[in-house]
Design a protein around this ligand. Structure first.
Ligand code: DON
Length: 562
């Protein structure tokens, strides 16, 4: 038994030579048996190898997440957190919350100055921005419960990439260069020093390989205790961070009932709190169900208006009521109640724009993109996996654990630092999402699985901060209401309303032919943006084959399958 991982590793290496390790990622394809959509070709190809070797969708997801921690360091991670939504071939559904937690020394007002104002940058950059990472605990837990191949075999491909090297993609080189000054500001050494950064250069990450080897050999304990934990705590102490050994050993991922909601003959299965994604998605869908969207037409005045109004209402509820349900009594049932949601649209008028409030929140930054990862997988047995993980910003807090070789998240910014003060996505919150030790910060990540007539229909999700939830909604509606093929549904330009700021963000090609002018005349404010969430999805076609679609918005997005 002892030598099995080695044998597997040798066979993987042999197989890797056959891999088309290139960055001409394919954005869409139909596969007869199994399909993956993900943010990076080396990760999707690793997932495909695992599936071909008889691994299930969870096995592929385990190998992919760890591979992304190496080859996609701006977002792939072991220093962050994430969510799994799972639907087994027999229809059983589960979700796993491995979101970061606030360290035990965290305080509600930790980002406020003596005058009670939020100190710019404290929750987004550097050691104080870091939440207790959940990714490794989550990956171990999903493997223990649902995986089929031995753990060590699934960790090995990531170690191989870190040890033997891999070629950085152009977009990764671009990001690393862009954040070079931050890297030097928050580290005593320079992660990814410039000499490695030519196109085609092989990058090796020996410290990360050693960390991953400890995770391979010791599982959960390889990260949360022993040498890796020592390195994290030393890093925290060197930069004024809060995470202790006790915080690390206390971290636990949580299995939860997914949020489910019927929409016509579909059923949405998505992430419960500590994400707002599933709840807000379900709310928007239910609010929209009575309206004939297909008849209104794709991105016509009536459809954009009613969808934006549903978005506005869901995000208003998000700001008031949503947070970690283990710390705050989130009224999940009331918020999902059909009568409540129908009533919510009672004040919707077609002849004028509603107003969110007189209070103006800050501008949504929306200048960055792709700092989160999503993978959608359907295996040959029909098991479906939807996973979104994140460091929050590009390279998270920009702090790399010295000697550990991995970046730490800046997820603390997803808490509401002060009631009504927007975070980096312009989102506001209140008591429900206030900072408390051990609490999970509210997320917008929306890993989702959709059934149609009781059968698996679609797996989807995205990075993209606050725009994730509305992107998942629109991609689903594009298929279910507007009859678009999946690649078109994913690529179609989108819009976004998040209650505050009171404006509709839209991509350059969205809302053509006077739609925008007509809605402006009703009082809506618009702002064009260049970045929105980046969807990766798989759809079961009527003949049972699998359409995988990645997003042209990210050059490295890729689909694989067989
Ligand atoms: O959990 C959240 O909602 C955010 N931390 C996700 C960040 C994100 O998607 C960044 N990508 N653009």
């Amino acid at each position: 038994m002892k030598y099995l991982p080695l044998l597997f590793c040798l066979s993987i290496l042999a197989c890797r030579e056959e891999l088309k390790v290139d960055y001409e990622a394919q954005k869409a394809s139909v596969f007869p048996q199994a399909a993956i959509a993900g943010p990076h070709p080396l990760a999707t190809q690793t997932g495909l190898e695992v599936l071909r070797r008889g691994g299930n969708a969870i096995d592929a997801a385990v190998a992919m997440q760890l591979t992304m921690a190496v080859v996609f360091p701006r977002a792939g991670n072991i220093g962050g957190g994430g969510f799994l939504v799972y639907r087994a071939a027999d229809g059983e559904t589960l979700s796993l919350d491995y979101r970061e937690t606030a360290p035990s020394a965290a305080k509600r007002d930790m980002y406020l100055d003596t005058a009670g104002n939020v100190t710019e940058g404290l929750s987004t950059r550097g050691h104080l921005a870091v939440g207790v990472p959940g990714t490794v605990a989550g990956i171990v837990a999903m493997h223990e419960r649902l995986g089929s191949l031995p753990w060590a075999e699934l960790v090995q491909p990531a170690i191989d990439f870190a040890e033997n090297g891999y070629r950085l993609s152009e977009s990764e080189i671009d990001r690393i260069k862009r954040y070079h000054a931050d890297f030097t500001e928050f580290n005593d050494f320079t992660p990814f020093s410039d000499s490695t950064l030519g196109v085609g250069a092989q990058v090796k990450q020996p410290d990360l390989a050693a960390t991953l080897s400890r995770i391979r050999d010791l599982g959960h304990d390889g990260f949360y205790t022993g040498e890796t934990a020592d390195l994290i705590v030393t890093e925290m102490e060197s930069g004024g961070g809060l995470i202790t050994h006790e915080d690390l050993s206390a971290y636990e991922p949580k299995w939860k009932e997914p949020i489910t909601k019927a929409y016509r003959n579909y059923r949405l299965i998505s992430m419960p709190p500590s994400s707002s994604g599933g709840l807000a998605l379900a709310q928007m869908a239910k609010m929209l169900e009575p309206y004939p969207l297909e008849e209104y037409g794709f991105q016509r005045v009536r459809s954009v208006q009613v969808i934006a109004e549903a978005m506005r209402r869901a995000y208003a509820d998000r700001a008031e009521y949503l947070g970690d349900a283990d710390f705050y009594p989130v009224p999940v049932d009331s918020l999902l109640n059909d009568a409540y949601l129908l009533e919510r649209m009672a004040d919707y008028r077609t002849d004028s724009a509603g107003t969110s409030t007189d209070i103006t929140a800050g501008q949504v930054a929306m200048k960055e993109n792709f700092e989160t990862t999503h993978i959608s997988i359907v295996d040959s047995l029909g098991n479906a996996v939807s996973i979104t993980t994140t460091l929050n910003g590009n390279f998270g807090s920009k702090v790399m654990v010295d000697g550990g070789g991995f970046f730490l998240n800046n997820e603390m910014d997803d808490f509401s630092a002060k009631p009504g003060v927007p975070n980096m996505f312009g989102l506001v919150g209140k008591e429900a999402n206030a900072i408390q030790p051990g609490k999970r910060m509210l997320s917008s990540m929306t890993p989702t699985i959709v059934e149609k007539d009781g059968e698996l229909f679609m797996v989807l999700g995205a990075p993209g901060g606050s725009t994730i939830i509305t992107a998942v909604l629109q991609t689903f509606l594009n298929v279910a209401e507007y009859g678009m093929p999946l690649p078109e549904a994913v690529a179609a330009p989108r819009f976004h309303h998040q209650w505050l700021p009171d404006e509709i963000l839209y991509e350059p090609d969205a809302l053509a032919d006077g739609v925008l002018d007509s809605l402006e005349a009703l009082g809506y404010q618009f702002r064009e943006v260049n970045s929105m969430a980046v969807i990766k999805a798989v759809q079961v076609l009527p003949d049972g084959s699998l359409q995988a679609a990645a997003d042209p918005r990210n050059p490295d997005d890729d689909v694989e399958g067989y």
